[in-house]
Write a protein of this length. Structure first.
Length: 139
């Protein structure tokens, strides 16, 4: 069985963003040489997410509004976590909602997606360097 590991690094200039990372994950699958297996993609920071959905700007806008309703950034005093001097408690909650990782099957050397599926990096507390791990195993 083969194993392949790659890191993607991001430094998002805004507090929040959704970035389609499907091309980078597809490149990692090609680099791995795995034809049949699994690909794990996970955010290595507790205020960021990796998830699968449609690459449609209206949907991304809806995510942003929905997440802000569920866990508004302000007032920051509403969160006990922020009493530590942080201002990112909402980002931790948003990450929990959107998820830490995805696993995608690899079939015939390609990510085996359903219709419209793409992989996204969700940033909820940007303005610093963060990474995403890609781990591929298979034959």
């Amino acid at each position: 069985m083969k194993s392949y590991r790659k890191e993607l690094w991001f430094n998002v200039p805004t507090r929040r963003a959704f970035i389609n990372i499907t091309p980078q994950v597809e490149e990692a699958v090609r680099e791995s040489g795995v034809k049949e297996g699994l690909c794990l993609v996970n955010a290595m920071h507790i205020t960021a997410s990796v998830f699968i959905n449609d690459d449609e700007p209206g949907l991304h806008h809806d995510f942003e509004e929905w997440l802000e309703q569920l866990a508004p950034h302000e007032p920051i005093s509403r969160y006990r976590h922020n009493l530590t001097g942080e201002d990112n408690a909402d980002a931790h909650l948003k990450r929990t909602i959107m998820g830490r990782e995805v696993v995608v099957a690899i079939t015939n050397g390609k990510l085996d997606f359903g219709p419209w599926e793409q992989i996204f990096y969700g940033e909820f507390d940007g303005r610093r360097r963060k990474r995403v791990l890609i781990k591929i195993i298979g034959e």
